[in-house]
Design a protein around this ligand. Sequence first.
Ligand code: SAM
Length: 430
Amino acid sequence: MGNARALALEALIKVEKQKAYSHLVLNQLLSRHPQLDLRDRQLLTELVYGTIQHQRLLDFYLEPFLKQGIAKLEGWVKQLLRLSVYQLYFLNRIPSHAVVNEAVKLAKKRGHRGIQGLVNGVLRNMLRQPKRSLDTIVEPVERIAIETSHPTWLVARWVRQYGLDTARVICRANNERPAMTIRVNLLKASKQDVLSRLTASGYRVSETSEAEQGLKVENPAKLMDSPLFKEGYFTIQSESSMLVAPLLSPQPGMKVLDLCAAPGGKTTHLAELMANQGRIVANDVHKHKLRLIETAARRLGITIIEVTARDGTAVSPEEWGTFDCILVDAPCSGFGVIKHKPDLKWNKRLEDIEQIKELQLHLLSNAAKLLKSGGQLVYSTCTIDKEENEGVIERFLEYHPHFELAGDMRQILPQDFGSDGFFMVKLSKA
Ligand SMILES: C[S@@+](CC[C@H](N)C(=O)[O-])C[C@H]1O[C@@H](n2cnc3c(N)ncnc32)[C@H](O)[C@@H]1O
């Protein structure tokens, strides 16, 4: 257990200092420490996600006990205190004396005696006092922001876009544990078949409510080590993501472009829907990510994908009008997937949204040129920000009068069916 805490602290420091993605840092640590048993791996994961998820509330609890304020603390001390308060207030199964002792041990390993004393004193004082009440925060946006640990600017933005009540529910849903879902590869087996085989191996599996090919797995530990995964019977994918490729409804034999394809979750889904017949160009600007698409395709038995590494905003005229359908699964702020990546709340800025919505429009405009007349285009993002979603589509339609909506714009919120926030819309070219 001690080891899990030391590693959690290492991860938290890295995420904050390098603005690294929590899931990547965590996966790296887990693979560097194969000796950790399942309990420790689960504790490590819980500690890292939980502390980042509840960061602002943890700071609110800590503040009255820090004379100099939280901002004055050295980075690692701040993270150690947050990690410890998370355990004291959110993980009842860990006895408080163990939390304090472990924190002091970690402080001793990394710092001088003064810091050891500070950590010990702060935590012991906190244990002696009742938990600080949130009722003193009367301003509603600030109250949501602190209670659910989000930056105030982001909550204020969602309140403007969705209203106070929905914004509050969004923020709460962002702190829930995401369900683990898989997409059955219909090229290899039926959904029922995979469901029974997983159940026979001890997994608790049920059908997803929204996605046709989806299954929910309640106890997913070691799922990726299972023979069924290795032999390509399924892909790990969030339920909301599974709704995108079917919206495009690509047919066997078509020529399809996936403009922003890596790591290939939706490309391989398109190929499955096409019964592995036709041709898919899977493009991504980052060459090193293309390997992920190729590996996934091989594992799933898909042969119709060819990868290209180009900037999706630059198109060569000889390819204009050559694709039957195109998916633009655009880079975005990611504010729909905070359940999976809580660090996004703290690391993304307003300027990032301003920049990325121009890129999104640019990618769409180029896709518009590449699409055949009469062809279909799907635009999707994993964000709930209206400027990146409806806003981009409205501007696109204004500049491209030969395009029209083929169905409603769909905004999925993180509270809707326990999956991620996602946006998707289908457009057709006259
Ligand atoms: C949301 S992700 C795509 C996820 C993928 N469709 C899937 O389902 O697995 C967006 C991708 O766009 C890529 N990207 C960013 N800028 C791009 C550009 N200018 N042209 C093409 N791809 C770009 C990123 O590298 C990233 O892999």
